[in-house]
Design a protein around this ligand. Structure first.
Ligand SMILES: Cc1ncc(COP(=O)(O)O)c(C=O)c1O
Length: 261
């Protein structure tokens, strides 16, 4: 089971897991067996568990491509307890939220839960191509050496990069990420041209009152590269961005949002 509006990747089975039909169109037939339910609705999970033979639940704690939608604390705690009670594996997709992005090493640590499996990539490599799947106690013996592999999997250069990244994610560094995130929240919440702000750490989504595509293009013209996610401007700056640079970017974004309000 996964969530509607989720995004889990472009390999065939993660595409099947992705709860957005339009991603599926060109890639039929997909791996069967996935159902998706609306986010932040524990009753929908209970119903899916009763109606289907659910063996595992996979979620993003903050839906990235889906529009920077942060799952609520109560929902995540209830889901985690339900999974434990029903002997369902809880998988957290930390491809985007992991490796310090939210100010904790992994985003699940903000919720006080313990997942069975975590997938992670992106920031792990600091630009080099690497992904990892972390297995908790319940599934630790599922794979034996040689059960799974890939041509470039575990290559020494990407692994050296990942070790350097992990080595830099110290408590001091992570608290700076949190402070920068608080600064973003404080700067954009209630600002002119901002309908809403959502995010955690350095993963932020701003729903503008003005035209999103126009705002993004104007930002590019002023030297700020932002992304979009659904109807939001998405900010995912480098975690080591100096505060001064972050301030400069925020000032530019605020002025463009205001001009387009
Ligand atoms: C939450 C999440 N999971 C997984 C992926 C991996 O996608 P891909 O298979 O394209 O590397 C992404 C990429 O954007 C993502 O945001």
């Amino acid at each position: 089971m996964t969530l509607e509006n989720s995004f889990h990747g472009r390999t065939l089975t993660t595409l099947a897991a992705t709860g957005q039909d339009h991603f599926h169109e060109l890639f039929q037939p997909l791996t069967p067996g996935f159902v998706s339910v609306p986010a932040n609705d524990i009753e929908a999970v209970k119903k899916a568990v009763t109606d289907n033979k659910v063996c595992a639940v996979m979620i993003e704690l903050i839906q990235g491509e889906g529009g920077v939608n942060v799952l609520t604390n109560d929902y995540v705690k209830d889901l985690s307890e339900l999974c434990k009670k029903e002997d369902i594996l809880l998988l957290i997709d930390e491809v985007q939220t992991g490796n310090g992005r939210t100010g904790e090493l992994y985003c699940y640590m903000n919720y006080g839960i313990m997942p069975d499996v975590i997938t992670t990539a992106k920031g792990l490599g600091g630009g080099l191509p690497i992904g990892a799947c972390l297995l908790g106690e319940k599934v630790q013996d599922i794979f034996a050496p040689g059960d799974h592999g890939s041509t470039f999997g575990g290559n020494p250069i990407a692994c050296a990069g990942a070790l350097t990244v992990i080595g830099r994610l110290t408590p001091g560094f992570l608290s700076e990420v949190k402070a920068k995130g608080e600064y973003l929240k404080m700067s954009f919440t209630g600002a002119k041209g901002v309908e809403s702000f959502a995010g955690m750490g350095l993963m932020a989504g701003i729903r503008p009152t003005g035209d999103l595509a126009k705002i993004m293009n104007e930002l590019i013209g002023k030297g700020v590269l932002a992304l979009t996610a659904k109807d939001k401007l998405r900010l995912l700056p480098a975690l080591n961005i100096p505060f001064e640079d972050l301030k400069k970017a925020v000032e530019i974004i605020l002025s463009v949002l205001e001009e387009n309000a």
